[in-house]
Design a protein around this ligand. Sequence first.
Ligand code: PLP
Length: 449
Amino acid sequence: MSDLPQLSGEQVHELDRAHVFHSWSAQDLIDPLPIESAKGVRFTDYAGTEYLDFSSQLVNVNIGYQHPRLVAAIQEQAGRMATLAPGFANDMRSEAARMIAEKAPGDLEHVFFTNGGAEANENALRMARIHTGRHKILSAYRSYHGATAGSIALTGDPRRWASEPGMPGVVRYWGPYLYRSAFYATSEEEERDRALQHLRDTIAVEGPQTIAAIILETVVGTNGILVPPDGYLAGVREICDEHGIVMIADEVMAGFARCGEWFAIDHWGVTPDIITFAKGVNSGYVPIGGTIVSGAIRETFGPKPYPGGLTYQGHPLACASAVASMRIFEDEGVVEHSRRMGEEVIGPRLAEIEAKHPSVGEVRGLGTFWALELVKDPQTREPLVPYNASGEAAAPMGAFAAACKERGLWPFVHFNRTHVVPPCVIEEDDLRAGLDILDEALEVADGYV
Ligand code: PLP
């Protein structure tokens, strides 16, 4: 006998509208699609419509849906031990930490587990503040770091506005983004050099002795898949070393095969002091995240207690799923596959799409982490207006998204961009089919140029 009721699609929708308080959107405006099942790179609604997922949900289902080995591992762990407080040692917690430490660069060998990405950033900033005895945190304008009190204050994009004034001590800076350069740069090298100079100037006027950390998304995610120019992250590392500032790389979205490496920062061979992770580590099958810290930061909390913890951190089900997921990544070569799909399929096909459609201003990305930036005017680079007065995705971006969905593709649409972020395991045929749909749907966007 099962304790889980079988609801119809109508019941799911009705109960959702009556009782579920959703995130971000205005409650009365949203109309969430009830999803009945999912498998591989597709999910299906109660009407039986199947969608090829080009969004990986919130860019976290790196391994695809219902991976049989991952589901089996969670079931097995639930049968063995379904819960255990963080103060005890646990086999899966130890093994997950060992595997993550093994994959992380340099001496990042100590894992503080959390239940997701925002909590990972919250703890990173507290650790950096206590470690340095300083209070300011530098964070980029084009960034998202989560929706808890501290992490929304670290966030640079407009999602923070409604939560301001927020946490004191956050200072913002511009990161590199050549297409819309804050520095009037005309080449990647110029953008890199000017962005680093701007960071040095910001530190100088803020007072280096007051700055605990610089937090950045190694490859910026929801703000547009901004791949840093070569040498930028090494430059930030150098600046941090010069001033005793902790370098925090937020890899919540960019890590675990998304960029074709275990950690995105491996592309540039830089070791930060802290990496935060979540999402791709187990594709969200059970909530998990964490803060991986260097030996020096770990040592601060040898004699000194770390004043923070979470009832469910290092949860056995979550850790077991992370262990199984990392083993599947290894056995199935998911990291290499993601990199290859980016280099051989997504990159070249998007270059064709960019050349064909006047609404595509720029394409950029790596691995299975790409963005198309849509513009009203390719000359002025004016973005396609994405939202109507009530905050819904309206034409043209809403119309573009609808055109994708009508053709069975679930797109990731944010502001004036669509991101190509399918599960990292997607096979070439599915990827090409999805890119063909995107190509067709862009005719809608072209109509607004
Ligand atoms: N950091 C980055 C770069 C993210 O993209 C996100 C979520 O999208 C977060 C942090 C927050 O993670 P979570 O939603 O698991 O709290």
